[in-house]
Design a protein around this ligand. Structure first.
Ligand code: NAD
Length: 325
């Protein structure tokens, strides 16, 4: 039986990945600091522990796996990574996890090891124009990410690439661009823009207003999580190592995204732009390389994914507001 180790399986993308691997017939050892908050994991084993701890890592990565997926990281949306308050934790925690996992990959190996990097590694100077950001893979250097989160991702990409070079590991690296969807964090400070906006709209009283951080003209693209998993698996099944973007090229401003969600909700809401952490002016996935190497591109439209996500978040909001007796 094919085996997989999924680190970060209690998180958003890891949770969806476990479900996909199960449907593909894998025996799965899932690992995280916590259980998945929104669904019961179908993993064969779910081990709770801290991947910063090498002794714990020795216990969970104690054999050869067909696949290792390293998604665990200390991360969150703009409210978490752009305030500066969490920078030391973000860098230390995620770097420790990656160092520990690679150290064991050297010993036990794997047919393929996946590392989840981020669009946040791209240089700030190429993302100043909201209409024409450049996020082609080869634009990553000279490096100038706009967050410490991005610097850690870039450092860890290099770690994976050098372990691949020196210890003959089959490493695969993807740079995710704003993955969203049901069963992701939607409140509490770590949520990202699509979930935060869906929550604000779901909670808003008809006829009121919602607050949007920044002037709202900053642009991004968003990819529904199922399509992200397709991209991960295509990369893992290929002989291409990356780093490669996994994202959508359907760029939209944050105010437009908010208007789309308001439209889906059927409510009459106005938008008020306020000061807040925003990140780069513009960012969009460039899918030239992934299409060329893996023949992959997103199949669905942003609106479809947002609709699905809004309905899910609306249900969470309703559950919270009207707890069952
Ligand atoms: P997530 O926060 O939902 O999942 C990360 C998981 O890692 C969490 O469940 C967390 O508990 C776990 N974790 C953190 N520290 C740990 C530790 N010390 N030991 C064990 N587990 C630990 O995030 P996600 O959105 O599912 O992202 C998965 C990966 O993809 C992350 O590496 C993230 O940086 C990367 N990424 C995500 C996006 C996105 O849009 N969601 C974009 C770019 C990159």
């Amino acid at each position: 039986m094919k085996t997989a180790l999924v680190c970060g399986a209690g998180g958003f993308i890891g949770g969806h990945l476990v479900k996909r691997l199960k449907s593909e017939g894998y025996w799965i050892r899932a690992v995280d600091l916590k259980l998945h908050e929104f669904s019961t994991s179908p993993a064969d084993e779910f081990i709770i522990g801290d991947l910063r701890n090498q002794a714990f890592c020795n216990e969970i990565y104690n054999q050869n796996f067909n696949r290792v997926y390293q998604l665990a990281a200390d991360m969150g949306g703009a409210g978490y990574i752009f305030t500066g308050d969490n920078d030391a934790d973000v860098m230390y925690n995620s770097a420790m996890i990656n160092l520990n996992i690679l150290n064991l990959a050297k010993v036990h190996g794997a047919d393929a090891i996946f590392y989840s990097s981020s669009a946040c590694i791209y240089p700030e100077h190429n993302q100043l124009d909201s209409e024409n950001p450049n996020c082609a893979e080869d634009s990553a250097y000279p490096a100038n990410p706009d967050s410490e989160y991005g610097w850690e991702k870039l450092f860890s990409e290099r770690l994976y690439l050098n372990f691949s070079k020196n210890f003959n590991l089959n490493v695969k690296i993807a740079r995710f661009h704003n993955i969203f969807g049901p069963e992701g964090v939607w409140m509490g400070g770590k949520e990202k823009a699509p979930a935060a906006l869906c929550r604000k709209v779901a909670q808003a009283v008809d006829g009121s207003e919602i607050e949007i951080w920044g002037d709202g003209n900053q642009t991004r693209s968003f990819l529904i999580v199922d399509e992200c998993i397709d991209g991960i698996q295509k990369l893992m099944n290929s002989d291409f190592p990356g780093p490669v973007n996994i994202g959508s090229e359907e760029m939209i401003s944050i105010n437009q995204l908010a208007k789309l969600i308001v439209q889906i909700s059927g409510k009459n809401l106005s938008i008020r732009n306020i000061n807040g952490p925003v990140g780069v002016r513009g960012r969009n996935s460039d899918n030239t390389l992934i299409f060329q190497k893996l023949n992959w591109q997103p199949k669905s439209k942003l609106r479809d994914g947002i609709e699905q996500t809004y309905r899910w978040i609306l249900r969470q909001v309703e559950k919270k507001e009207k707890p069952s007796v």
